[in-house]
Design a protein around this ligand. Structure first.
Ligand SMILES: [Zn+2]
Length: 422
């Protein structure tokens, strides 16, 4: 790729309470797709002024990180009427069973990654179905999309319909085949070992999954403490563990490369365990509102320094758009959150959760030029030049007013992969 530069208003999260706002900003992208510069255009180093330039009045942010979502549930969004366990049984397991058919897997995978790109998401951590072949196809489409994707074949060896049931031996074998084929095949692909959650996994399967992840240096993703009925079930299945989180600890699944989805109904001891093992949490507020799962313990999670980001959790989440998810993050707390916090969760927080913050998550020299350009409603600032907006005003517009269609262009590694038509 030829180096180039972009002149645009730039917004980049620094922490849950701080962001950088450069109304007259510039990014210079090197041949390797990393940023040579990101900041005020006026301070652009002279040698970069010779690069071919583009200009936009849209606000450019780091590409979104979707920390938890399910590819095979993409067409099952919005199936309302139940809480987690009934919803899985009635809608989701039959939907995932369709992925035994490669044609279904190809069709949905293609549309899923396209939808992700159009939503402005440039990195995603994704559950596939239980099928090895469908997961292979999902990886092919992930590679074709050029997004950064961490993907795993779901593992479950008990208490699921026969069409989705596997033995622990087959689960470990198939997961290892996928690791050999896809983990770090390109710099944008990773495998996550993916035991679905404790109710559908034997301790034997979870232990061997943890060992597999450790041996190959992959990620681990699973669900934790999403609904009260689920927690009761785990207590009955593992009466000696002490807590749901302790089941995963006993299996060896907790670690720095582990992302736990939800963790809503967590005791202080469980949050301490997460902090102690340096696990990350994917908060999925749109899904939590849809299934009535409960209120995420935001402050208790932040207080312990647990890394956390946002997940769309499609299909209990209704949208891949992180704008919708950021807003849900505010609504689920039943108060108006300072908008810096959801912006941070949707970008840098997710990158930190994946230990990828050296490469992505903010607009900074040396990081990958993963960016999204967003049109801000001019009526919000009464037609004033964006340069007159304060950071709080621009962040408020992005979090509380933006719609999926406001995504105008998306770059991964400095390459434009999506551009809105009008
Ligand atoms: Zn999920």
């Amino acid at each position: 790729m030829d180096p180039w530069r972009l002149h645009a208003p730039l917004l980049s999260p620094v922490s849950p309470t701080e962001l950088r706002w450069h109304p007259s900003g510039a990014v210079a992208v090197g041949a390797d797709g990393r940023m040579l510069y990101a900041g005020d255009a006026a301070a652009l180093p002279e040698q970069l002024l010779a690069l071919p330039a583009r200009e936009t009045s849209d606000v450019v942010l780091p590409g979104f990180v979707d920390l938890h979502t399910h590819l095979p549930q993409y067409d099952a969004r919005g199936k309302f009427g139940m809480t987690l366990l009934e919803w899985l049984e009635h809608f989701i397991f039959p939907e995932e069973a369709r992925f035994a058919d490669d044609a279904v897997a190809r069709d949905v995978s293609t549309r899923f990654f396209r939808g992700m790109l159009e939503a402005g998401t440039t990195t995603a951590m994704v559950f596939s179905s239980v099928h090895r072949s469908a997961t292979h196809i999902a990886f092919e489409e992930a590679e074709r999309s050029k997004l950064r994707v961490i993907l795993g074949k779901v593992q479950m060896d008990r208490d699921v319909p026969a069409a989705l049931l596997e033995t622990a031996d087959a689960s470990i074998r198939d997961t290892e085949i996928l690791i050999d084929a896809w983990h770090r095949k390109t710099e944008r692909l990773w495998v996550a070992v993916t035991p679905r959650f404790a109710p559908t996994c034997s301790m034997d399967l979870m232990r061997r999954s943890a060992a597999l992840a450790h041996r190959h240096g992959t990620y681990v993703q699973t669900h934790l403490n999403e609904s009260e009925a689920e927690i009761r079930m785990v207590r009955a299945l593992f009466p000696d563990a002490g807590s749901y989180t302790a089941v995963y600890r006993d299996a060896g699944l907790l670690g720095e490369r582990t992302v736990l989805a939800h963790n809503i109904h967590a005791s202080d001891e469980e949050l301490d365990l997460c902090a102690q093992h340096r696990c990350a949490v994917a908060h999925c507020p749109d899904s939590n509102l849809f299934l009535g799962s409960g209120r995420f313990p935001l402050q208790r999670t932040l207080d312990r320094g647990i890394r956390a980001g946002l997940g769309s959790d499609v299909g209990a989440g209704t949208t891949l758009s992180m704008f919708g998810v950021m807003r849900s993050m505010c609504w689920v707390q039943a108060r108006s959150l300072h908008p810096f916090l959801p912006l941070y969760f949707a970008t840098r927080g997710g990158a930190e959760a994946l230990s990828m913050d050296g490469d992505i998550g903010s607009l900074e020299q040396g990081k990958q030029a993963d960016m999204v350009a967003v049109r801000v409603d001019r009526h919000f600032h009464r037609g004033r030049d964006l340069a007159h907006l304060k950071p709080l005003e621009i962040a408020s517009a992005l979090v509380y007013r933006s719609q999926p269609g406001d995504v105008r262009e998306v770059w991964v590694g400095g390459e434009s992969l999506y551009r809105a038509e009008t």
